[in-house]
Design a protein around this ligand. Structure first.
Ligand code: AP5
Length: 213
């Protein structure tokens, strides 16, 4: 399966990606996580990306496309992948089309997780991320398992004003991709409000239909 996960920041893409990859045997490519790893390691790419990320802006297309080209070359993605956080602009979507055409592969579907902005602000304000694994939790809705030695931190771009700006950026730069993939018959809209299990149930229904198509 080759899946793109679209949706506003904090909609639950990362959380549900973990379930999908576990159950469908594919690997996640999270561009946000790749960039955060670079910033933690202090690489040149990380330093450049951090200037955009901390303001809630998108990292330039050319840098993101280079990352995806090198990720998709890795053998572990030959069986399939779930793209979480890419593409985020029409330029990135067209570049992905070109890369996939070069490899002779096609997208299975595009999942679009829809959550109202007020709910997103609630979700992100109590989100905590584990520094070692990149896994995300919510202090109320998805608490970290007790007894595990986690290094939880709050992301620098998770402060309320930055989140509001990220939502504006999503509306103007990423949301147009829903139309792009709908016109190809690939987009599936999912109401992302509900418990983690309820939302995952809606996702598996779509993915199972794709498998049996
Ligand atoms: P990225 O890391 O991709 O962030 P994002 O898309 O803004 O998404 P988030 O990680 O914030 O949210 P999510 O949907 O994964 O939600 P989660 O599952 O954690 O990107 C960060 C930055 O990197 C960008 O702003 C940009 O600067 C840069 N970047 C990355 N890719 C780029 C690209 N392609 N081009 C340019 N720039 C790029 O859930 C959120 C919280 O809600 C968690 O606490 C979770 O436990 C909780 N939760 C989840 N589901 C539920 C539920 N059903 N009910 C209650 N709580 C829930």
């Amino acid at each position: 399966m080759r899946i793109i996960f679209l949706g506003p920041p904090g909609a639950g893409k990362g959380t549900q990606s973990q379930n999908i990859c576990r159950d469908y045997g594919i690997r996640q490519i999270s561009t946000g996580e790749i960039l955060r790893k670079h910033t933690t390691e202090g690489t040149e790419l990380g330093k450049e990306a951090a200037n955009f990320m901390k303001r809630g802006e998108l990292v330039p297309d050319n840098l993101m496309i280079d990352i995806i080209i090198s990720e998709l070359k890795k053998p572990e993605f030959a069986k399939g992948f779930l793209l979480d956080g890419f593409p985020r602009t029409p330029v990135q979507a067209e570049a992905l089309d070109g890369i996939m055409a070069k490899y002779g592969i096609k997208l299975t579907c595009v999942l679009v997780l829809e959550v109202p902005h007020e709910e997103i602000v609630k979700r992100i304000s109590l989100r905590r991320t584990d520094r070692k694994t990149g896994k995300t939790y919510h202090l109320l809705f998805n608490p970290p398992p007790p007894g595990e030695a986690l290094e939880l931190y709050q992301r620098e771009d998770d402060h309320e004003d930055t989140v509001k700006h990220r939502l504006v950026v999503y509306e103007s730069r990423t949301k147009p991709l829903i139309k792009y993939y709908s016109s190809m018959g690939l987009a599936h809209r999912i109401n992302g409000v509900g418990t983690l299990e309820e939302v995952y149930g809606k996702i598996t229904k779509i993915l199972d239909e794709q498998i049996h198509k």
